[in-house]
Write a protein that binds this ligand. Structure first.
Ligand SMILES: Cc1ncc(COP(=O)(O)O)c(C=O)c1O
Length: 403
C-alpha cells in the first residue's frame, strides 16, 4: 500500500491495520495481553518454532509493536525493525547483535550521546571488549583506527550530540566493510526524514524513539531497523534480555510517527531561522548547525540530507559564559523549556556539561569539544519568531543581571 509513496503518505499508513476479523480497526489497537491463544496447539507449536508468524507471549512480540516496527522499517527502507523499552536498550542490543563480545574490539565516534559513551568506556570494557574512540569526520584517521583494531563494530551518530558534526556515512560504511566491521548508526537526530542510513551500507540503524519519532515528549522507547536476518538475531536477544517496549508505549509512538514528516519539516525551517539569528547575535560566540554555510560539514549535509533540510538541533556557545551565566540564561527563558530531552514539539534547552554529557569527566568533555559555554537547543514547532524573541529576551536578561 505504501510502496513507492512519499514519506508523508508512508508515515500515515505504513504498518497499520494489524487486527483483522469481521471488521477491521483503522488504527491498530493496543493489545494489552501477555499471552495469545490458539484453537489448535499445533499452531502455537509452529509459532514457537518460528515455522509461522504469530504471537505467543508479550516478550516475544505483540501486534501493536509489529505495527510500529513495520512503519519504521518502511520509513527507514530496511528489511525489518524491532522496538525496545528505550533508546539505550536499542544501542546495547545493537552492539550485541553486531558481534561485540569479550575479546573483540569496538570503535566509537568521539562525540556520541553521553550514555552511549558510558557504555563504551564502562560497560563494554568490563565485559572484556577493547574500546577505542575516533573522530569519524577524519576519514584518514578512521581508516587507520579500523585497520589497526579490526573492530567487530563501529558506532556513530548521523548528526552528533551535541556538536552537530555530520558523518560521511556512505564513505565510512565502505571503510568499515573493507575490514569486516559492522556499522551501527544512531539516526535519532536526523530521522528518516533527513537521511536513511541503511541505504548507504549501514548494518543497524538505531533510534531513541523517545525523541523525534514519538515527538511529543510523552513516551520513552527505542528501535533498531536492519535486515531480516539481523532482526532474527535481535529477536533472540530480546527474548533473553526482555528489554521490550510495552504495547501502550508502542501505540503512542506509532501515533507520533504519523506526523513525523510534518513536524520535521517545521523543526528544520524553524531551526534554520533560529540558527541564522543566533549567528548574528553579538553575545553568541559560535553556532553549530549543519544548515549554516559556516558549519564545517555544510556541503556534506547538503549532499546527504533531504534537499533544503538540516534538522532541528542546534548548539551554541555564549560569549564569556560559564556554568553560572548559562544557568541564568536558561532560567530567563519563558517559552523554551529547560527539559532534559529533545525532538519534542516543544522547544527545549539543555546544558550538556550538566546532563547528557555529565557521565564524562571535565577532561573527557574538553577532549570531545564540549565547553562550559555550550548550550543545546532542540527547536520545536512553535512560531519561529516567538522562539527567537524568547532567546533575545533571555540573552538580554542574563546580560542585565551580570552588569
Ligand atoms: C542520540 C541519542 N541516542 C540515544 C539516546 C538514548 O535514548 P533513551 O533516552 O530513549 O534511552 C539519546 C537520549 O537522549 C540520544 O540523544
Amino acid at each position: 500500500m505504501t510502496k513507492g509513496k512519499s514519506i508523508f503518505t508512508q508515515a500515515v499508513h505504513a504498518g497499520e491495520r494489524k487486527a483483522e476479523g469481521e471488521f477491521q480497526p483503522v488504527s491498530t489497537p493496543i493489545f494489552n495481553t501477555v499471552g495469545f491463544l490458539y484453537k489448535d496447539l499445533k499452531d502455537l507449536d509452529a509459532v514457537f518454532g518460528n515455522e509461522r508468524d504469530g504471537y505467543v507471549y508479550a516478550r516475544y512480540g505483540n501486534p501493536t509493536n509489529s505495527a510500529l516496527e513495520e512503519a519504521l522499517a518502511v520509513l527507514e527502507e530496511g528489511g525489518a525493525a524491532l522496538t525496545f523499552g528505550s533508546g539505550m536498550a536499542a544501542v546495547h542490543a545493537s552492539l550485541l547483535a553486531a558481534g561485540v563480545k569479550a575479546g573483540t574490539a569496538l570503535v566509537s565516534a568521539l562525540d556520541v550521546y553521553g550514555a552511549t559513551y558510558a557504555v563504551c568506556t564502562r560497560l563494554m570494557p568490563e565485559m572484556g571488549v577493547r574500546t577505542h574512540f575516533t573522530d569519524v569526520t577524519n576519514l584518514e584517521g578512521l581508516k587507520k583506527t579500523l585497520s589497526d583494531f579490526k573492530p567487530a563494530a563501529l558506532i556513530l551518530e548521523t548528526i552528533s550530540n551535541p556538536l552537530m558534526k555530520v558523518a560521511d556515512i556512505p564513505e565510512i560504511s565502505q571503510l568499515a566493510r573493507q575490514v569486516g566491521t559492522k556499522v551501527i548508526v544512531d539516526n535519532t537526530f536526523a530521522t528518516p526524514f533527513l537521511f536513511q542510513p541503511l541505504k548507504h551500507g549501514v548494518d543497524f540503524c538505531v533510534h531513541s524513539t523517545t525523541k523525534y519519532i514519538g515527538g511529543h515528549g510523552d513516551v520513552l522507547g527505542g528501535a533498531i531497523v536492519t535486515s531480516k536476518e539481523n532482526r532474527a538475531t535481535l529477536h533472540e536477544i530480546i527474548k533473553m534480555t526482555g528489554a521490550n517496549l510495552g504495547p501502550t508505549e508502542a501505540w503512542l509512538t506509532h501515533r507520533g510517527l504519523k506526523t513525523l514528516p510534518l513536524r520535521m519539516r517545521q523543526h528544520c525551517l524553524n531551526a534554520m531561522e533560529v540558527a541564522r539569528w543566533l549567528e548574528g547575535h553579538p553575545r553568541i560566540a559560535r553556532v553549530n548547525y549543519p544548515g549554516l554555510a559556516s558549519h564545517p560539514h555544510h556541503e556534506l549535509a547538503r549532499k546527504l540530507f533531504a534537499p533544503g533540510y538540516f534538522g532541528g538541533m542546534i548548539s551554541f556557545e555564549i560569549k564569556d559564559a560559564g556554568k553560572k551565566e548559562v544557568f541564568r540564561f536558561m532560567e530567563a527563558l519563558e517559552l523554551i523549556l529547560p527539559a532534559t530531552t529533545l525532538g519534542d514539539v516543544y522547544s527545549l534547552t539543555l546544558y550538556p556539561a550538566m546532563s547528557s554529557h555529565r557521565a564524562l569527566s571535565a577532561e573527557e568533555r574538553a577532549k570531545v569539544g564540549i565547553s562550559d559555554r555550550l548550550v543545546r537547543l532542540s527547536v520545536g514547532i512553535e512560531e519561529a519568531s516567538e522562539i527567537i524573541r524568547d532567546l533575545e529576551m533571555a540573552l538580554e536578561a542574563s546580560v542585565a543581571q551580570r552588569a
